[in-house]
Design a protein around this ligand. Sequence first.
Ligand code: FEO
Length: 396
Amino acid sequence: MFKPVQIADGIYSVGCRDWDIRDFHGYSTYEGTSYNAFLILDEKNVLIDTVKKEFADELLDNISKIIDPSKIDMVISNHTEMDHSGAIPTVMHRIGQDKTVLCSKMGEKNLKSHFSRPLNLKSVENGSELNIGKRTLSFIETKMLHWPDSMFTYLKEDKILFSSDAFGQHYAGDCLFDDEIGEQIMSHAAKYYGNILLNYSSRVQELLKSVTESGLEIKMICPDHGVIWRDNPSKIIGAYDKWSRQELSKKAVVIFDTMWNSTAKMAREIAKGVESLGVSVRLMNTRKCHRSDIMTEVLDAKALIVGSPTLNNGIFPVIADVMTYIKGLKPKNRMAAAFGSYGWSGEAVKILNQEFQAMGMEIVDEGLKIQYVPDKVALEKCFEMGRKIGQKIIGE
Ligand code: FEO
């Protein structure tokens, strides 16, 4: 399904596409994903990253179309997560169990914890270099981008950055390069950043700063998922700079669930109130929208307005799921407000406000709770609440 492609002189993309996956550990992957791996032919032949275990044979088939896999001298594991390391045992069995697997210090520890079969692991220092013939590889530690073991490998002569998960996108279409797909890849990249890297934004800022200060030239970025940035790598670097600074738009996301349509009615009126001031709004029903799509909209939204019915003295379970997910990704600089319909106890708004406080969000309205079905007066209150939040957003 995926033939190897030469991406630069003697450098091949040999990874696999996963057309079927629709749930990537809780992240919706409507267009599948790819597990990229790269083969460099030189005096020493190097394989950078592998693929998910189930695709090991396909990876070896791809490599076989270029060289006999036993001619690979070493494997570099930029990241331990199983979508990139799962095939390592099979690959090592095929190329030679004694061949070296290079990784970061944490990678050495983590790979040992993942596989019972012994591997010839060798850790590399941050900034260290390795000559493989005509070319030199250098290793850049990128701890917590997004695992403790994560690192980049940089090919000095070709100015190619093999960036592990960073700059990736869950995409398995026909295009291999950014210039083939165009602007539409940015929504995949934004979703990837919002759901995988947002909570590590301060580290992204540190990394971008150190790359700028070191004068590292980057002609091409090869991430472990999605398209290769060969036409304009600065575009995705610029987007990461913006996303990691948490530069926000004049936009509100109204996230809600509903039992008997009352909280939904409130949500629509609040959204209308926000929109009446020209502020962009997304109305997201948690029973219709996947949590990872909600997070993608949260990525650049100044305000989160969350509505939940009260159920068994608490917030609605699906709202609790989404709030836990958002909290873990640590969005910063946000405004927030809560609302919801209730029957007799009505704790949901109070609990949501506690959640906003725990997330360090600025609560811009004390919240609105309406008993049972909102009447005309209640809906006017919702509209006014939306306008108040809209004014706060514009006033920023
Ligand atoms: Fe694509 Fe963190 O694995």
